[in-house]
Design a protein around this ligand. Sequence first.
Ligand code: GLU
Length: 428
Amino acid sequence: MTQENYNAYQTAQKQFDDVADLVNLNQSAREILREPSREFHFTIPVKMDDGTTKVFKGYRIQHNDARGPAKGGIRFDPNETVDTIRALSMWMTWKTAVVDIPLGGGKGGIVCDPRTLSDAEQERLCRGYIRQLVKNIGELNDVPAPDVMSNAQHMLWMLDEYETIKGARYPGAITGKPVGMGGSLGRTEATGYGVIYTLREALKTLNIDITETTASIQGFGNVAEYAARLYSAMGGKILTISTWDNQDKKAYTYRNPNGIDVDQLVLIKDKFGTIDKEKAVSMGYELLDGDAWLEQEVDILLPAALENQITAEKFPLINQSVKVICEGANGPTSTEADQLIKDRGIYLVPDFLCNAGGVTCSYFEQVQSNMNYFWDKEEVLDKLDTKMTAAFHAVHELAEEKQLYMRDAAYVIAIDRVANAVKQRGWI
Ligand code: GLU
């Protein structure tokens, strides 16, 4: 599938169908799980600062809530499509199931580019989104969170609108809130750290010492930043980071053969991950093509940007030195590239396992919000590590035992849990 005709929903359904075949899933379970159970499509009129009204398109898709309230982020993306959100909502169901937290899967999106909106416009957009959805979300049915280009401030505006309409406080209704306003310590770091907890365990099972490894990262948003920080802290060396340049509307790869100093690079990026090229070059970074992150002679590739980045066309670029791919992003690998990864014997930590740290910490945030008692950061991160490590080993052991590709093993566990919940509820 090329970039132009790529459809994330088809990818998600194909992955599901293949494993449904593998485990001989019964027909009614297939039908209920291969598409979302509920979708909301709506318009959001927003008064712009210049006095005009702009109408944005919004979506919230609840794939499955048999194991608990639907859970998942809200993306702000000018190229958003319904099918992408459908796919992402499915992946959320598998994600909450594979780490075994009592939640389902959902995803939302607004077709917009927050980089071009003022703070006041973004606030009105967030509030408008909630006004359209207020009857259909909440701590007992569907709990939003941040995602691509949305952040803690957006979540707080959304929660404030929700609570204002409801006339009471519902701190468990939205996660990813700012710390001190119902947010959990560690939530900002959680997805990226979770990626590295699974990488650490993967390297252990492969008998590779993390301090002797090198990595190349795609993306420099929240997930990539914290993954990069923890990987460096554990002694790994990052050679390249590739990120989107919003001025040039293309990606660049930043390379430092002596290893990237993440703290230093963070200082010259904006909040969406665009790095200041001139400053980077003056600091000694080599500026390479956007895809160059794939070609580096490294042990680990860490795609932590968007879907469909490792495709069959791009796969040959991947250096023979690569031993592990850790999917920090949702859906970064096409189904055709999966086959090539399998054939080359690269160890894959699949997305909905690898990046489950965010939603796991969101679950901790809900628990803390509902108790109105907050844990210290160490406690949050300890619990996160325990959950991620256990989930990783369950998948790894199944993959070993049944000689499965890691993605398929993760699916087998997740589908089994969700199918059981659906069955126990008497839906099938
Ligand atoms: N957006 C994150 C994800 O894709 C977190 C979702 C959540 O916390 O609900 O997993």
